[in-house]
Design a protein. Structure first.
Length: 181
């Protein structure tokens, strides 16, 4: 059955269709939540709550993006909400100090570095860099989307991604026994 047909049935509160939609996307959404939360129980909770929110707000789904992308955004937001709730305090960003940063897309890593290795290294960075980098490099969001998700400005997103890339590159070089790329 097509996703669009399942969505229409879900909008009519068809529980069987909701289960089918859940089964289709649950594994992927769990992985997304786990990348942020790094805890199986919390990732499962974020994924479940994301689905509950999605089914409750299904009438808002316009189809401008795929259902998977729409749901992914909900799960990411739920994961970030859980992180914020645990931290209870966020470090405010002083944009005047950060200034404007150009996107630096001209950087390379060694051929032997895998995506899993990069994900692991990103998770070891300070939180202020970790989440913008994950959203940018792993999830594929642009700076406007990142600014909306993290509730920061686009300038802050660009700055954090830029600085995060530099830190990531330094970590990867260090792990490669100090050799350059």
């Amino acid at each position: 059955m097509l996703v669009s047909d399942l969505i229409q049935k879900c909008k009519a509160n068809d529980r069987k269709a909701q289960l089918q939609l859940y089964n289709k996307y649950c594994d992927g959404m769990y992985c997304v939540a786990f990348r942020f939360l790094k805890n199986a129980f919390e990732a499962e909770e974020a994924m479940h709550e994301g689905f509950i929110n999605a089914f409750a707000k299904l009438h808002q789904f316009t189809g401008e993006v795929t259902f998977g992308a729409w749901l992914k955004r909900i799960v990411i937001n739920k994961s970030l909400d859980m992180i914020k709730a645990k931290k209870a305090t966020l470090i405010p960003l002083n944009e005047e100090v950060m200034g404007k940063v150009d996107d630096d897309n001209d950087w390379n890593v060694a051929d032997g570095v895998t995506v899993d290795h990069i994900k692991k290294t990103i998770s070891e960075l300070p939180e202020r860099y970790e989440y913008p980098l994950m959203l940018f490099l792993i999830e594929g969001y642009d700076h406007q989307e990142i600014s909306e998700i993290l509730q920061i400005t686009e300038v802050a997103s660009r700055t954090l991604v830029h600085r995060g890339k530099k830190k990531l590159q330094q970590h990867l070089k260090t792990l490669n026994y100090g050799t350059g790329y």
